[in-house]
Design a protein around this ligand. Structure first.
Ligand SMILES: *[C@@H]1O[C@H](CO)[C@@H](O)[C@H](O)[C@H]1NC(C)=O
Ligand SMILES: *[C@@H]1O[C@H](CO)[C@@H](O)[C@H](O)[C@H]1NC(C)=O
Ligand SMILES: *[C@@H]1O[C@H](CO)[C@@H](O)[C@H](O)[C@H]1NC(C)=O
Ligand SMILES: *[C@@H]1O[C@H](CO)[C@@H](O)[C@H](O)[C@H]1NC(C)=O
Ligand SMILES: [Zn+2]
Length: 373
């Protein structure tokens, strides 16, 4: 439904309610604000492991004491060492389930929590882990005593800065921060943390377990799936594109943890997404190029003229239509190839195309009809 139609409907419903206090009591069903669209079904080969309904989470072992926990939408990582457990991220949707998943693998206490980046949907459960009273099995007389022990929290300096702007009690300020690299060693486990600049967000780090060849980078690559809306709510598209090469060129990994959905990935998943992103880039660049011609669908004069005529003195109006039409055109071009290759292509392709169109315009300077005249 068009927003204008929806607003008109809401306004007329509200005013008739006010104007006529004797309106019949029985109400028509409320108009659905969000219709329930039916997208393409997820095929058997696209579906990951089933999440047991009894627990709500699934634990995948990578060997050597490294595990991924997923609730189907979000993922966290943990490593069991000889001296305790290192956790990376605690998405609030997983929350306490992460503690149960760890408890079913080891009775070691959690000693470290690494924040992949500052976003609340990935570390908003930090408060559940930090300064928790933990059972220390053997250390206590009854074997269960429970001792309050501070968990060391580690993040990039930009993550600490972003968190200091909002003071969310669920995301305690990290105690240790770094700028370039940080090697976390605890007992027999090693995690190499590295920052390569802004991509999804400032402070979003590469997290590598060299012994198990597990690489974690959150909100960049979505194994088997189209990226989440707006290329995963990306802050820096050139940095996001570069991250695909950084993953493939700089890491000898076998398992990839992207922070989302139900399964981990492998190198091929990252290669496929790199190909998808290059296609999206090329298709959107071609779309902008066409919009600078007199193409009947995309030509700027054909698209903008009628909107501008209806909305004099309002340049936003024509620009909004330009972005919508070009995004949809680029999404159509992209879906022609990707709709069967990546799950969810029909859900977020227009939003992803719009993000790429805007980045091509303002980051890469591919301005089409708005270039130097
Ligand atoms: C480290 O120690 C833990 C606990 O004994 C064990 O489960 C894990 O496999 C070990 N990992 C490596 C890489 O040695
Ligand atoms: C093991 O997992 C189950 C199911 O999530 C949970 O109820 C139980 O508390 C866990 N055990 C430990 C020791 O954490
Ligand atoms: C955890 O507890 C210690 C000791 O009481 C305290 O100094 C520290 O600030 C607490 N950390 C958090 C994140 O609450
Ligand atoms: C995109 O494809 C849909 C479905 O085929 C079509 O209705 C729409 O007009 C297309 N949009 C553009 C801008 O070409
Ligand atoms: Zn994020």
């Amino acid at each position: 439904m068009q927003i204008s139609v929806l607003l008109a409907l809401l306004v007329s419903t509200a005013s008739s309610h006010v104007i006529n206090p004797h309106a019949p009591q029985a109400r028509a069903p409320a108009p659905a604000l969000a219709p329930a669209p039916q997208y393409r079904p997820i095929t058997a080969s696209q579906a990951g492991p089933a999440i047991p309904a009894s627990t709500g989470y699934y634990t995948e072992s990578f060997g050597g004491g490294a595990y991924m926990v997923t609730d189907g939408s979000y993922q966290a990582l943990f490593l069991v060492s000889t001296e305790g457990v290192i956790v990376v991220d605690c998405p609030p949707t997983i929350g306490m389930k992460l503690i149960y998943a760890i408890g079913n693998v080891t009775d070691q206490p959690i000693t470290h929590l690494v924040y992949s980046h500052s976003h609340a949907d990935h570390i908003g459960g930090a408060v559940l882990l930090v300064n928790r009273t933990q059972d220390y099995g053997k250390d206590n007389e009854n074997g269960k005593g429970g001792r309050r022990e501070e968990i060391v929290t580690i993040a990039h300096a930009e993550t600490a800065r972003l968190l200091s702007q909002v003071a969310d009690p669920n995301r305690p300020t990290p105690q240790k921060t770094f700028r370039d690299t940080y090697t976390l060693r605890s007992g027999n486990q090693t995690l190499e943390l590295s920052y390569k600049g802004q991509n999804h967000l400032d402070g979003n780090i590469f997290i590598f377990a060299p012994q198990q060849k597990v690489l974690m980078l959150v909100d960049v690559v979505y194994p088997g799936w189209t990226p989440f809306s707006r290329l995963g709510q990306v802050m820096n598209v050139p940095g996001f594109i570069a991250a695909h090469d950084q993953i493939l060129d700089e890491y000898n990994f076998e398992h990839f943890v992207g922070g989302h959905l139900d399964r981990s990935g492998v190198r091929a998943d990252v290669e496929i997404q790199r190909e998808y992103v290059r296609d999206l880039y090329d298709n959107c660049a071609e779309t902008i190029r066409l919009s600078a011609t007199d193409d009947p669908v995309l030509g700027a004069a054909n698209v903008l003229g009628p909107v501008a005529a209806l909305n004099p003195e309002n340049p936003w109006a024509a620009f909004d239509v330009y972005l919508k039409v070009t995004s949809e055109y680029c999404a159509n071009l992209t879906n022609a190839k990707w709709i069967d290759r990546l799950a969810g292509s029909d859900v977020f392709q227009v939003e992803n195309a719009e993000t790429m169109i805007e980045s091509l315009r303002i980051d890469y300077g591919v301005l089409g009809p708005f270039a130097n005249t």
